[in-house]
Design a protein around this ligand. Structure first.
Ligand code: OSB
Ligand code: MG
Length: 369
């Protein structure tokens, strides 16, 4: 890969409606779009998915910009690579900062696929022509949740995820279940509980949730294993899995029965494929998580979710779930509950330059010699 330049675009867009969890509200989304251009003028795109503040992981837009500007891009300038897998090895000398790494690594995968004129999904080993689409309801009232679920089911989503916490769990889920006895529902707690809440969590077994995501601490795998022995509902880990080894240990300990793979959280597509392959071999289902992302990251998620082990609908919704207008063209669309995996080369979506300019905050450029 002969890289000629890298550009970083920091953008900001308001959400259509606030995304509420017990950890706070997201009203405005800042993000970083990475554009890597080679000496033939081909460009690959990636997206930094850290939030403005460190509520979900320790990274932020500002720390990602620092890592990209002062560490990761200079590293790539010093060590040219031939394949995106080498970027993952190169970046392993840097501790954590996974979202910053993934922003650049995913752009290199897109560029590599375009150089080889193949869809990114095929480069990654994808086999599915379409992926099943799920959506997240993140609100603090039962009435709002019911209204949103009704609308999302009309739009064709196949699976609903709701955010829960000790102030919004049993009666909230009972009300939703009474309206939708057969609907595939899962609940995401984003670490709202501790082992003291074991009876509360046991009580949720009666709702036949397809899983409960990250009930306990963001960095725990020990207590999740104790909890999984006490509840029938499968536990899915999100925040706790930041490396391949975390996934391996969590499965060895029995801390979960399902894994949410988020490319940003684990540092890129290479690590995502490793976790996928390991789980696939062991018969552990995985699904692709979401980060309230813009179209570039959404496109990478679609390519990844085309791999055979992604057997559960993920949090990959249409561009219109969050945005009045996304930064890609065409936008991601859900058709009868499915998203079509693009057949053109790379991520298969173009950057919408006009929309990018409208939402642009700052830009940085780097040249390679
Ligand atoms: O815990 O899965 C999560 C969004 C931001 C941060 C963390 C999480 C989420 C979601 C997915 O629940 C939202 C989406 O992009 O659809
Ligand atoms: Mg989650």
């Amino acid at each position: 890969m002969k890289i000629a330049s890298i550009e970083l675009f920091v953008i900001q867009m308001p959400l259509k409606s606030p995304f509420l969890t017990h950890l706070g509200a997201v009203n405005n989304r800042e993000g970083i779009i990475v554009k890597v251009t080679d000496s033939d003028g081909l460009s690959g795109y990636g997206e930094g998915v850290a939030f403005s503040t460190p509520w979900y992981t320790e990274e932020t837009v500002a720390t990602s910009l620092h890592m990209l500007t002062d560490i990761l891009i200079p590293l790539l300038q010093k060590h040219p690579i031939d394949h995106p897998e080498e970027a993952s090895h190169l970046f392993s000398s840097i501790r954590r900062n996974n979202m910053a790494k993934a922003a650049l690594e995913t752009a290199l995968w897109d560029l590599y696929a375009k150089v080889n004129t193949k869809p990114l999904s095929k480069i990654l080993g994808g086999t599915r022509p379409v992926i099943a689409s799920g959506v997240v309801v993140a609100t603090d009232s039962t009435a709002n949740a019911l209204r949103q679920i009704e609308q999302y089911l009309i739009e064709g989503y196949q699976r609903i995820k709701v955010k829960i916490n000790p102030n919004q769990d049993y009666s909230f889920l009972a009300e939703i279940r009474s309206h939708y006895p057969e609907l595939p529902i899962m609940a995401d707690a984003n670490s709202a509980y501790s082992l003291k809440d074991i009876d509360r969590l046991k009580a949720l077994d009666e709702f036949n949730l397809i899983m409960i995501e990250q009930p306990l601490a963001h960095d725990d795998i020990i207590e999740h294993a104790l909890l999984q022995k006490e509840i029938r509902t499968p536990i899915c880990l999100d925040e706790s899995i930041v490396t391949f080894d975390d996934a391996r240990k969590a499965l060895e300990f029995g801390s979960c029965k399902v894994i949410n793979i988020k490319v940003g959280r684990i540092g890129g597509l290479y690590e995502a494929i490793r976790i996928h392959d390991y789980c696939f071999e062991k018969g552990i289902p995985v699904w692709c998580g979401g980060m309230i992302e813009f179209g570039i990251s959404r496109a990478h998620n679609i390519a990844l979710a085309s791999l055979p082990g992604f057997s559960i609908p993920g949090d990959i919704s249409a561009s219109s779930r969050f945005w009045e207008e996304d930064i890609i063209s065409p936008e991601v669309a859900v058709d009868n509950g499915y998203i079509h995996v693009p057949l053109n080369s790379g991520i298969g979506y173009e950057l919408n330059e006009k929309r990018l300019q409208e939402v642009l905050l700052t830009k940085r450029s780097f040249t390679f010699s």
